[in-house]
Design a protein around this ligand. Sequence first.
Ligand code: FAD
Length: 318
Amino acid sequence: MKVIDHINSSKGETLFSFEILPPMKGQGISGLFNQVEPLMEFKPKFINVTYHREEYIYKKREHGLLEKVSTRKRPGTVGICAALMNKFHVDTVPHIICGGFTKEETENALIDLDFLGIDNVLALRGDAIKSEARFVPTPGGHEYASDLIEQIQTMNSGKYLNSEVENAFPTQFCIGVSGYPEKHFEAPNFETDLKYLKKKVELGAEYIVTQMFFDNKKFFNFVEKCREAEINVPIIPGLKPVSTMRQTTVLPSIFHIDLPVDLMNEIESAKDNQAVREIGVEWAIAQCKELKAAGVPCMHFYSMGKSDNIQKIAREIF
Ligand code: FAD
Protein backbone atom coordinates (compact mmCIF):
# COMPACT_ATOMS: atom_id res chain seq x y z
CA MET A 1 0.00 0.00 0.00
CA LYS A 2 1.19 3.50 -0.77
CA VAL A 3 2.38 5.82 2.00
CA ILE A 4 -0.08 8.49 0.87
CA ASP A 5 -2.95 5.98 1.15
CA HIS A 6 -1.85 5.05 4.67
CA ILE A 7 -1.91 8.73 5.58
CA ASN A 8 -5.24 9.42 3.91
CA SER A 9 -6.92 6.43 5.54
CA SER A 10 -5.55 7.17 9.03
CA LYS A 11 -8.51 9.45 9.90
CA GLY A 12 -6.21 11.99 11.49
CA GLU A 13 -4.40 9.48 13.72
CA THR A 14 -0.61 10.01 13.87
CA LEU A 15 1.16 7.03 12.27
CA PHE A 16 4.48 5.46 13.27
CA SER A 17 7.31 4.70 10.84
CA PHE A 18 11.06 4.40 10.94
CA GLU A 19 14.18 4.26 8.80
CA ILE A 20 16.92 1.65 8.85
CA LEU A 21 20.34 1.38 7.21
CA PRO A 22 21.43 -1.74 5.31
CA PRO A 23 24.08 -3.66 7.27
CA MET A 24 27.74 -3.29 6.35
CA LYS A 25 28.79 -5.60 3.52
CA GLY A 26 29.58 -9.07 4.87
CA GLN A 27 27.03 -8.97 7.69
CA GLY A 28 23.95 -11.15 7.42
CA ILE A 29 20.39 -9.88 7.65
CA SER A 30 19.57 -11.43 11.05
CA GLY A 31 20.98 -8.44 12.98
CA LEU A 32 18.68 -6.16 11.01
CA PHE A 33 15.67 -8.37 11.71
CA ASN A 34 16.56 -8.26 15.43
CA GLN A 35 16.63 -4.48 15.24
CA VAL A 36 13.28 -4.25 13.45
CA GLU A 37 11.41 -6.89 15.48
CA PRO A 38 11.03 -4.86 18.75
CA LEU A 39 9.50 -1.97 16.80
CA MET A 40 6.83 -4.08 15.10
CA GLU A 41 4.64 -3.93 18.24
CA PHE A 42 3.93 -0.28 17.36
CA LYS A 43 2.56 -1.32 13.95
CA PRO A 44 4.67 0.81 11.63
CA LYS A 45 2.79 1.52 8.44
CA PHE A 46 6.04 1.57 6.49
CA ILE A 47 9.77 1.14 6.98
CA ASN A 48 12.30 3.17 4.98
CA VAL A 49 15.59 1.66 3.88
CA THR A 50 18.41 4.07 3.03
CA TYR A 51 20.63 3.84 -0.02
CA HIS A 52 24.37 4.29 0.27
CA ARG A 53 26.41 5.20 -2.72
CA GLU A 54 29.86 3.98 -3.58
CA GLU A 55 32.97 5.13 -1.76
CA TYR A 56 36.60 5.13 -2.82
CA ILE A 57 39.07 3.07 -0.86
CA TYR A 58 42.80 2.71 -1.46
CA LYS A 59 44.29 -0.81 -1.66
CA LYS A 60 48.00 -1.38 -1.14
CA ARG A 61 49.71 -2.89 -4.17
CA GLU A 62 53.33 -3.93 -4.77
CA HIS A 63 56.16 -1.37 -4.52
CA GLY A 64 54.17 0.91 -2.23
CA LEU A 65 51.62 1.72 -4.93
CA LEU A 66 48.01 2.43 -3.99
CA GLU A 67 45.05 1.41 -6.15
CA LYS A 68 41.88 3.49 -5.97
CA VAL A 69 38.89 1.14 -5.81
CA SER A 70 35.20 1.98 -5.81
CA THR A 71 33.09 -0.04 -3.37
CA ARG A 72 29.62 0.09 -1.88
CA LYS A 73 29.91 -0.57 1.86
CA ARG A 74 26.18 -0.93 2.56
CA PRO A 75 24.60 -2.61 -0.45
CA GLY A 76 21.27 -4.43 -0.43
CA THR A 77 18.55 -1.74 -0.17
CA VAL A 78 16.17 -3.42 -2.62
CA GLY A 79 16.76 -6.92 -1.22
CA ILE A 80 16.21 -5.70 2.35
CA CYS A 81 12.92 -4.07 1.37
CA ALA A 82 11.71 -7.33 -0.13
CA ALA A 83 12.96 -9.35 2.87
CA LEU A 84 11.18 -7.05 5.37
CA MET A 85 7.94 -7.23 3.39
CA ASN A 86 8.20 -10.99 3.32
CA LYS A 87 9.04 -11.45 7.01
CA PHE A 88 6.96 -8.73 8.68
CA HIS A 89 4.22 -8.08 6.09
CA VAL A 90 4.91 -4.36 6.21
CA ASP A 91 5.23 -1.81 3.43
CA THR A 92 8.74 -0.68 2.68
CA VAL A 93 10.10 2.51 1.14
CA PRO A 94 13.46 2.16 -0.58
CA HIS A 95 15.46 5.36 -0.95
CA ILE A 96 16.42 5.97 -4.57
CA ILE A 97 19.29 8.37 -5.13
CA CYS A 98 20.69 10.18 -8.17
CA GLY A 99 24.37 9.75 -7.25
CA GLY A 100 26.03 6.66 -8.68
CA PHE A 101 23.20 5.83 -11.09
CA THR A 102 22.74 6.45 -14.79
CA LYS A 103 19.14 6.97 -15.89
CA GLU A 104 19.18 3.48 -17.38
CA GLU A 105 20.32 1.97 -14.06
CA THR A 106 17.62 3.93 -12.24
CA GLU A 107 15.04 2.61 -14.65
CA ASN A 108 16.21 -0.97 -14.11
CA ALA A 109 16.12 -0.53 -10.31
CA LEU A 110 12.57 0.82 -10.55
CA ILE A 111 11.54 -2.13 -12.72
CA ASP A 112 12.93 -4.50 -10.05
CA LEU A 113 10.93 -2.67 -7.36
CA ASP A 114 7.79 -2.79 -9.43
CA PHE A 115 8.16 -6.54 -10.01
CA LEU A 116 8.65 -7.04 -6.26
CA GLY A 117 5.37 -5.25 -5.55
CA ILE A 118 7.06 -2.24 -3.93
CA ASP A 119 5.06 0.85 -4.86
CA ASN A 120 6.79 3.48 -2.71
CA VAL A 121 10.08 5.32 -3.17
CA LEU A 122 11.77 8.23 -1.44
CA ALA A 123 13.43 10.17 -4.29
CA LEU A 124 16.67 11.89 -3.27
CA ARG A 125 19.69 13.45 -4.84
CA GLY A 126 21.98 11.70 -2.37
CA ASP A 127 25.10 12.91 -0.66
CA ALA A 128 28.48 13.57 -2.23
CA ILE A 129 30.97 10.70 -2.33
CA LYS A 130 32.76 10.81 1.05
CA SER A 131 36.10 11.83 -0.39
CA GLU A 132 34.56 14.55 -2.58
CA ALA A 133 33.72 18.06 -1.39
CA ARG A 134 30.48 18.40 -3.33
CA PHE A 135 27.91 16.32 -5.16
CA VAL A 136 28.94 15.53 -8.72
CA PRO A 137 26.24 14.03 -10.92
CA THR A 138 27.04 10.65 -12.45
CA PRO A 139 27.53 10.93 -16.24
CA GLY A 140 24.18 9.97 -17.78
CA GLY A 141 22.48 10.37 -14.40
CA HIS A 142 20.50 13.08 -12.60
CA GLU A 143 21.66 16.29 -10.95
CA TYR A 144 18.72 16.94 -8.61
CA ALA A 145 16.00 14.94 -6.92
CA SER A 146 13.50 16.81 -9.12
CA ASP A 147 15.08 15.25 -12.25
CA LEU A 148 14.70 11.81 -10.67
CA ILE A 149 11.04 12.51 -9.88
CA GLU A 150 10.46 13.40 -13.53
CA GLN A 151 11.89 10.05 -14.58
CA ILE A 152 9.72 8.13 -12.10
CA GLN A 153 6.62 10.04 -13.16
CA THR A 154 7.40 9.29 -16.81
CA MET A 155 7.44 5.59 -15.94
CA ASN A 156 4.21 6.10 -14.00
CA SER A 157 2.71 7.32 -17.26
CA GLY A 158 3.91 4.20 -19.10
CA LYS A 159 6.94 5.66 -20.87
CA TYR A 160 10.36 4.06 -20.58
CA LEU A 161 13.77 5.29 -21.74
CA ASN A 162 14.73 4.47 -25.30
CA SER A 163 11.71 2.22 -25.59
CA GLU A 164 9.71 1.71 -28.69
CA VAL A 165 7.13 -0.39 -26.86
CA GLU A 166 3.70 1.14 -27.23
CA ASN A 167 1.18 1.03 -24.39
CA ALA A 168 3.97 -0.01 -21.98
CA PHE A 169 2.98 -0.97 -18.45
CA PRO A 170 2.70 2.16 -16.26
CA THR A 171 4.35 1.82 -12.85
CA GLN A 172 2.46 3.22 -9.87
CA PHE A 173 5.08 4.60 -7.54
CA CYS A 174 4.07 6.89 -4.71
CA ILE A 175 6.95 9.37 -4.43
CA GLY A 176 8.15 10.96 -1.20
CA VAL A 177 10.87 13.61 -0.95
CA SER A 178 13.07 15.22 1.68
CA GLY A 179 12.58 18.66 3.24
CA TYR A 180 14.82 20.67 5.54
CA PRO A 181 13.33 22.69 8.44
CA GLU A 182 16.79 24.21 8.98
CA LYS A 183 17.45 24.63 5.20
CA HIS A 184 19.50 22.34 3.01
CA PHE A 185 23.11 23.28 3.66
CA GLU A 186 23.88 24.09 0.02
CA ALA A 187 20.85 26.33 -0.53
CA PRO A 188 21.68 30.04 -0.56
CA ASN A 189 18.65 30.78 1.64
CA PHE A 190 15.49 29.21 3.07
CA GLU A 191 13.19 30.68 0.38
CA THR A 192 15.27 29.32 -2.52
CA ASP A 193 15.29 25.90 -0.89
CA LEU A 194 11.48 26.08 -0.55
CA LYS A 195 11.19 27.03 -4.22
CA TYR A 196 12.93 23.80 -5.21
CA LEU A 197 10.94 21.80 -2.67
CA LYS A 198 7.79 23.17 -4.29
CA LYS A 199 9.13 22.12 -7.68
CA LYS A 200 9.51 18.54 -6.40
CA VAL A 201 5.91 18.56 -5.24
CA GLU A 202 4.65 20.08 -8.50
CA LEU A 203 6.45 17.32 -10.38
CA GLY A 204 4.61 14.67 -8.41
CA ALA A 205 5.98 14.17 -4.88
CA GLU A 206 3.03 13.24 -2.68
CA TYR A 207 4.54 13.84 0.76
CA ILE A 208 7.65 15.25 2.45
CA VAL A 209 9.81 13.67 5.16
CA THR A 210 11.96 16.16 7.03
CA GLN A 211 15.54 16.06 8.09
CA MET A 212 15.88 15.45 11.84
CA PHE A 213 15.39 18.47 14.11
CA PHE A 214 15.51 18.93 17.88
CA ASP A 215 13.53 22.11 18.23
CA ASN A 216 9.85 21.74 17.27
CA LYS A 217 9.61 25.48 16.60
CA LYS A 218 11.80 24.92 13.53
CA PHE A 219 9.45 22.22 12.24
CA PHE A 220 6.30 24.29 12.87
CA ASN A 221 7.90 27.27 11.13
CA PHE A 222 8.86 25.06 8.17
CA VAL A 223 5.30 23.75 7.83
CA GLU A 224 3.93 27.28 8.01
CA LYS A 225 6.34 28.51 5.32
CA CYS A 226 5.50 25.52 3.11
CA ARG A 227 1.77 26.23 3.41
CA GLU A 228 2.36 29.91 2.59
CA ALA A 229 4.26 28.76 -0.50
CA GLU A 230 1.29 26.53 -1.37
CA ILE A 231 3.13 23.31 -0.70
CA ASN A 232 0.11 21.44 0.55
CA VAL A 233 1.20 17.78 0.75
CA PRO A 234 1.55 15.99 4.14
CA ILE A 235 4.81 16.82 5.97
CA ILE A 236 6.22 14.03 8.13
CA PRO A 237 8.66 15.04 10.88
CA GLY A 238 11.91 13.07 11.03
CA LEU A 239 13.08 12.38 14.59
CA LYS A 240 16.20 11.05 16.20
CA PRO A 241 16.96 10.76 19.90
CA VAL A 242 20.51 11.83 20.76
CA SER A 243 22.23 8.75 22.16
CA THR A 244 25.90 9.58 22.76
CA MET A 245 27.97 12.60 23.74
CA ARG A 246 29.85 12.31 20.45
CA GLN A 247 26.64 12.84 18.48
CA THR A 248 26.44 16.40 19.79
CA THR A 249 29.20 17.30 17.34
CA VAL A 250 28.69 14.55 14.72
CA LEU A 251 24.99 15.25 14.04
CA PRO A 252 25.44 18.98 13.39
CA SER A 253 28.44 18.39 11.14
CA ILE A 254 26.83 15.62 9.07
CA PHE A 255 23.21 16.79 8.98
CA HIS A 256 23.68 20.56 9.30
CA ILE A 257 21.22 20.90 12.18
CA ASP A 258 21.37 22.68 15.55
CA LEU A 259 21.02 21.20 19.01
CA PRO A 260 19.08 23.58 21.31
CA VAL A 261 20.89 25.18 24.27
CA ASP A 262 18.59 23.50 26.84
CA LEU A 263 19.28 20.06 25.38
CA MET A 264 23.01 20.74 25.33
CA ASN A 265 22.97 21.96 28.94
CA GLU A 266 21.34 18.70 30.02
CA ILE A 267 23.74 16.58 27.98
CA GLU A 268 26.80 18.42 29.24
CA SER A 269 25.81 17.68 32.83
CA ALA A 270 25.39 13.94 32.09
CA LYS A 271 27.91 11.66 33.76
CA ASP A 272 28.18 9.08 30.95
CA ASN A 273 26.71 7.97 27.62
CA GLN A 274 23.98 5.97 29.35
CA ALA A 275 22.78 9.18 30.96
CA VAL A 276 23.00 10.98 27.57
CA ARG A 277 20.88 8.23 26.05
CA GLU A 278 18.20 8.73 28.71
CA ILE A 279 18.23 12.49 28.18
CA GLY A 280 17.86 11.91 24.42
CA VAL A 281 14.84 9.69 24.99
CA GLU A 282 13.15 12.17 27.35
CA TRP A 283 13.79 15.05 24.94
CA ALA A 284 12.32 13.07 22.03
CA ILE A 285 9.27 12.06 24.07
CA ALA A 286 8.56 15.73 24.82
CA GLN A 287 9.03 16.58 21.12
CA CYS A 288 6.71 13.76 20.04
CA LYS A 289 3.96 14.69 22.51
CA GLU A 290 3.87 18.22 21.14
CA LEU A 291 4.00 17.05 17.51
CA LYS A 292 1.20 14.55 18.09
CA ALA A 293 -0.94 17.22 19.75
CA ALA A 294 -0.33 19.37 16.66
CA GLY A 295 -1.75 16.54 14.51
CA VAL A 296 1.29 15.53 12.42
CA PRO A 297 0.37 12.75 9.97
CA CYS A 298 3.18 10.42 11.00
CA MET A 299 6.33 10.38 13.11
CA HIS A 300 9.34 8.98 11.32
CA PHE A 301 12.28 7.81 13.44
CA TYR A 302 15.87 7.58 12.29
CA SER A 303 16.94 4.38 14.01
CA MET A 304 20.59 4.37 12.89
CA GLY A 305 21.09 0.76 13.89
CA LYS A 306 19.54 0.81 17.38
CA SER A 307 15.93 0.33 18.39
CA ASP A 308 15.77 0.25 22.22
CA ASN A 309 15.53 4.04 22.58
CA ILE A 310 12.88 4.32 19.85
CA GLN A 311 10.95 1.55 21.59
CA LYS A 312 10.96 3.58 24.83
CA ILE A 313 9.71 6.67 22.99
CA ALA A 314 7.05 4.80 21.04
CA ARG A 315 5.70 3.20 24.27
CA GLU A 316 4.94 6.70 25.57
CA ILE A 317 3.42 7.98 22.34
CA PHE A 318 1.58 5.20 20.47
P1 FAD B 1 17.59 18.09 -3.83
O1 FAD B 1 16.16 18.23 -3.54
O2 FAD B 1 18.00 17.78 -5.21
O3 FAD B 1 18.29 19.47 -3.36
C1 FAD B 1 19.70 19.58 -3.27
C2 FAD B 1 20.10 21.04 -3.25
O4 FAD B 1 19.92 21.62 -4.52
C3 FAD B 1 19.29 21.91 -2.29
O5 FAD B 1 20.14 22.90 -1.79
C4 FAD B 1 18.21 22.52 -3.15
O6 FAD B 1 17.78 23.79 -2.67
C5 FAD B 1 18.93 22.64 -4.50
N1 FAD B 1 18.08 22.35 -5.66
C6 FAD B 1 17.12 21.40 -5.75
N2 FAD B 1 16.60 21.38 -6.99
C7 FAD B 1 17.28 22.31 -7.70
C8 FAD B 1 17.21 22.74 -9.04
N3 FAD B 1 16.34 22.19 -9.90
N4 FAD B 1 18.08 23.72 -9.45
C9 FAD B 1 18.96 24.28 -8.57
N5 FAD B 1 19.05 23.90 -7.27
C10 FAD B 1 18.22 22.93 -6.85
N6 FAD B 1 21.28 10.51 1.33
C11 FAD B 1 21.72 9.33 0.81
O7 FAD B 1 22.79 9.30 0.18
N7 FAD B 1 20.99 8.18 0.97
C12 FAD B 1 19.80 8.16 1.63
O8 FAD B 1 19.18 7.11 1.76
C13 FAD B 1 19.30 9.38 2.17
N8 FAD B 1 18.11 9.44 2.82
C14 FAD B 1 17.63 10.65 3.27
C15 FAD B 1 16.35 10.71 3.85
C16 FAD B 1 15.83 11.92 4.31
C17 FAD B 1 14.44 11.97 4.92
C18 FAD B 1 16.61 13.12 4.20
C19 FAD B 1 16.07 14.42 4.71
C20 FAD B 1 17.86 13.05 3.61
C21 FAD B 1 18.39 11.84 3.14
N9 FAD B 1 19.63 11.76 2.50
C22 FAD B 1 20.09 10.56 1.99
C23 FAD B 1 20.49 12.94 2.40
C24 FAD B 1 20.25 13.71 1.09
O9 FAD B 1 20.57 12.90 -0.02
C25 FAD B 1 21.14 14.94 1.13
O10 FAD B 1 20.65 15.86 2.08
C26 FAD B 1 21.41 15.61 -0.20
O11 FAD B 1 22.46 16.55 0.01
C27 FAD B 1 20.23 16.36 -0.80
O12 FAD B 1 19.27 15.50 -1.27
P2 FAD B 1 17.82 16.07 -1.73
O13 FAD B 1 17.08 14.95 -2.32
O14 FAD B 1 17.21 16.81 -0.62
O15 FAD B 1 18.32 17.06 -2.89
